[in-house]
Design a protein. Structure first.
Length: 102
């Protein structure tokens, strides 16, 4: 009898590690999301509804874990961060709010 391999294809599912982070504006803070998708999804980060640019943080990913390290050097880090993952089967997103004391 021949072997049958199942290939699962799904729209992405995005989970955030924390939905709310309290920090200071100059403290290094990491925003993390986990993306489950097959085939692999493209991940785009947003801050307050705008595409988040590389100069404002350090982007990293290992496996299905995606993160931004916010340094607070170039501008204040407070805001709502959205991790959006998209593949040919759909998209999903999750948000984390970063706030704190001046």
């Amino acid at each position: 009898m021949p072997f049958c391999f199942l290939n699962f294809s799904d729209a992405p599912e995005v989970e955030t590690q924390q939905t709310f982070i309290h920090t200071t504006k100059t403290e290094e803070t990491e925003v993390i999301c986990t993306v489950h998708a097959s085939p692999k999804a493209e991940v785009v980060w947003f801050k307050d509804g705008e595409v988040f640019e590389g100069k404002q943080g350090i982007f990293a990913h290992r496996g299905n874990r995606h993160s931004i390290i916010l340094t607070g050097i170039n501008e204040p880090i407070y805001g709502v961060y959205k991790c959006k993952a998209t593949n040919k089967f759909g998209s999903d997103e999750a948000t984390t709010e970063v706030s704190g004391n001046e």
